[in-house]
Design a protein around this ligand. Structure first.
Ligand SMILES: *Cc1c(COP(=O)(O)O)cnc(C)c1O
Length: 440
């Protein structure tokens, strides 16, 4: 009845096409080799050659364009919290898209408000705290950087601290916070004022804060990109006290560790250690990866009204951030994690997996929490292991020459976890003798 006069019923139907399977009309079937050849001619080379062409997923499994099956132990780099094509998440996104997919931030929507409330609840943020939504982790950290800068400008504190080994994203502000020289160098000059302190060194932090001219300290509870390195016990707790005394904000990047990855909603309480109370929350928490189970969304939580007020009307914004579809995806993710008791399962599954890994020959150290796991090998074979694992039907990641990272879907079953442990000695063997590829 409300459709434009020119259309009538048939145009109303056109405006609501069936949801089923139109992708095959847009992309025709092809082999992996053909897709990779086309990739080479059409995609910017920033990611190197893709390891496989993936066409389908279900739970913790994915399939490539040649029909080969893989157990996904990387989960889109800690993104596919509920695995692939999760039925509830898919149906919530689909129905939201079929109802209202995007509005600008001149407007709000029920899913946006409900998600903000839910995030404030699960992070135990006090009254006066607020959320800001983005589309990625780097954007959440850009917003955090702006909060730090405003705080610094208001209080004559031009310096911002981050840690060696830090990864906070690739956009210019987040890149200034990221430590790796190779990522930074080509893009200098970066936004000024950022210094990197030795990892886990409280004396260095104490010294850096002594002059009272630091606006903020950015930290990850567990550094993911350097191979899953948790902050030393006591560091975060001390950093909370020291930053508070120095009038500096504590900004915790939980983009990789948040939303159940470690078996808690946030990794902060565990890394903080005994004595953590919500009153000891950081001033700012950033989230992204697992929040939407694969649908792009990031978030920043400003803890308390003082921090929330630092970015006022007109001071920051985003076109897509927090739209109805993305916030519906995140709501469905949080609801599912909660209603299925997944956090407890992540803790037990992760513990068992770390224990089993420690018993594998050539494994020298196992780190991490929940289902964010890094392990070291006594040989520089990590890259070859990634290839051997693919041949054997497993997706893993090598953040360093002797280090493997696992960040599987939180729904990983015990049988799936066991199947990797069973296959691992063969994968390590195959990686030591490259050339004889194929461990099947
Ligand atoms: C992945 C990651 C980011 C960047 O997120 P993008 O969505 O890739 O922009 C920032 N911080 C941490 C800790 C991350 O793991």
């Amino acid at each position: 009845m409300n459709t434009p006069a020119s259309g009538g019923e048939s145009s109303a139907e056109l405006l609501r096409p069936e949801v089923s399977a139109p992708v095959h009309e847009l992309v025709h079937e092809s082999s992996s080799a053909q897709w990779l050849a086309r990739y080479q001619h059409s995609l910017m080379g920033v990611f190197g050659t893709p390891q496989r062409v993936l066409v389908r997923g279900a739970g913790a499994l994915v399939w490539d364009a040649d029909g080969k099956e893989y157990l996904d132990l990387l989960g889109g780099v800690a993104v596919n919290a509920l695995g692939h094509a999760h039925p509830f998440v898919t149906s919530v996104i689909t129905s939201q898209l079929a109802t209202l997919g995007h509005v600008s931030n001149f407007f709000t929507s029920p899913t946006q408000v409900a998600l903000a409330e839910k995030l404030l609840q699960i992070t135990q943020a006090p009254e006066g705290s607020t959320a800001f939504f983005t589309n990625s982790g780097t954007e959440a950290n850009e917003a955090a950087f702006k909060i730090a800068r405003v705080w610094g400008n208001q209080n004559a504190k031009p310096r911002i601290l981050a840690l060696e080994g830090a990864f906070h994203g690739r956009s210019m502000g987040a890149l200034a916070l990221t430590a790796k020289e190779a990522y930074r160098k080509p893009f200098e000059p970066l936004p000024p004022g950022v210094e990197h302190l030795p990892f886990g060194d409280l004396n260095a932090l104490r010294e850096a804060l002594a002059s009272q001219d630091v606006a903020a300290l950015f930290v990850e509870p567990i550094q993911g990109e350097v191979g899953v390195r948790p902050l030393p016990t006591g560091y975060l707790k001390a950093a909370r006290e020291l930053t508070r005394q120095a009038g500096a904000l504590l900004i915790v990047d939980e983009v990789q560790t948040g939303i159940g990855r470690t078996g808690q909603w946030l990794a902060t309480p565990e890394i903080y250690g005994s004595g953590f109370s919500p009153a000891e929350l950081p001033d700012v928490v950033t989230l992204a990866k697992g929040l939407g189970s694969g649908f792009p969304i990031g978030a920043l939580i400003a803890v308390g009204s003082n921090i929330s007020g630092l970015l006022g009307p007109g001071s920051h914004g985003t076109t897509f951030g927090g739209n109805p579809a993305a916030t519906a995806a995140a709501l469905a993710t949080l609801h599912t994690i909660e209603s299925t008791g997944l956090l407890g399962q992540v803790r037990t599954r992760g513990e068992a997996l770390r224990k089993a890994l420690a018993d594998v020959e050539h494994v020298t150290e196992v780190r991490g929490s929940g289902l964010l796991i890094g392990f070291d090998l006594d040989l520089p074979i990590a890259a070859a292991m990634v290839q051997a694992a693919l041949d054997a039907g497993f997706i893993i990641n090598s953040p360093g020459p002797q280090t493997i990272r696992l960040a599987p879907p939180l729904i990983l079953s015990q049988e799936q976890s066991d199947s990797f442990i069973t296959a691992l000695p063969k994968i390590i063997g195959a990686a030591q003798t490259p050339g004889e590829s194929g461990t099947k």
